[in-house]
Design a binder for this molecule. Structure first.
Ligand code: AMP
Length: 286
């Protein structure tokens, strides 16, 4: 496994990789969710590139950035164990040298939900992902369902800027109690950790109500909201039923749908979702 820390060394190493090439962008502090993406890439592509960069510009809250868990040695060992061929782990200066000025605005798809909760977040994501795709030149990029809106923002970016990459969306990996794995979960106390399971319990209630023919978006969203609000340690951000691809509001809950929830527990921002609709996980294209 080659570890490239500069654009020049990445370029040299990338030139030696046989295609097709899969890329898995990460901010490190790897858990089983990241590993699922890496394994999906390893199964499908001839060469696998992982990126490791905690992108300052997508954090609207500087204390969240400062508290973001970092363990490069463990991350490199995990990449190696997953059969990654090349890791790009640049410094901040390498990604944002003096004079850097371009910011990509993904438009309405990034304005709402997480975009409203975290102003500027998706502009930071779109900008760094465009740079990482240009630098690593992948055939496919592997993204996690857990960050559903992020998958839609990146799909919009790929379409709008004609980036030559296919997106593969990998289902959310969960702990035994249903909590979606997240690098931020390590910051939860045992009590907060228990409270955090309300997001998934609420989503499960909504998904089973949908199975029982509940088609009111407001009624489905309320099931999630009420479940989260029942936890004194959790503060609801939003619970919404949207069109899964455009993220627009819907009058009737017909697939493709996403039921998305965000909450804060002990100052830690958590998100989760369920997607209702056939074949959406296979291909993230619009
Ligand atoms: P991050 O390091 O948090 O930026 O995440 C890197 C990639 O891993 C993103 O595509 C995430 O959506 C994905 N990811 C994070 N958590 C999970 C999870 N629990 N299951 C599946 N994918 C995940």
């Amino acid at each position: 496994m080659i570890v490239a820390r500069t654009r020049t060394s990445l370029h040299e190493a990338r030139a030696t990789l046989p295609g097709p090439v899969g890329v898995v962008p990460t901010m490190g502090a790897l858990h089983e969710g990241h590993l699922a993406l890496l394994r999906a890439a390893r199964r499908r592509d001839r060469s696998v590139v992982a990126t490791l960069f905690v992108n300052r510009t997508q954090f609207n809250d500087s204390s969240d950035y400062a508290a973001y868990p970092r363990d490069e040695a463990a991350d490199l060992a995990a990449f190696q164990a997953c059969g990654v061929d090349l890791v790009f782990a640049p410094s901040i200066e390498e990604m944002y040298p003096d004079g850097f000025g371009t910011r990509i605005d993904p438009g309405p798809i990034g304005a709402d939900l997480e975009g409203a909760r975290r102003p500027g977040h998706f502009s930071g994501v779109a900008t760094v992902v465009a740079k990482l795709f240009n630098l690593t030149r992948p055939t496919r990029a592997y993204l996690g369902q857990k960050d559903w809106q992020q998958t839609r923002v990146i799909a919009r970016l790929v379409e709008d800027l004609n980036l030559p990459v296919k997106l593969v969306i990998v289902p959310t990996v969960r702990a035994h109690d249903g909590l979606a794995l997240s690098s931020r979960n390590v910051r939860l106390s045992p009590d907060q950790r228990r409270a955090a399971t309300a997001l998934w319990r609420g989503l499960e209630l909504a998904a089973s109500a949908w199975d029982d023919d509940e088609r009111s978006p407001a009624a489905l969203a309320d099931l999630v909201r009420v479940t989260v609000q029942a936890q004194p340690l959790a503060t609801i951000g939003y619970a919404e039923v949207r069109h899964a691809l455009t993220l627009e509001q819907v009058a009737v809950a017909d697939p493709p749908l996403v039921i998305a929830v965000a909450a804060e527990v002990g100052g830690v921002g958590l998100i989760d979702n369920v997607v209702i609709g056939e074949g959406l996980m296979e291909d993230g294209s619009l």
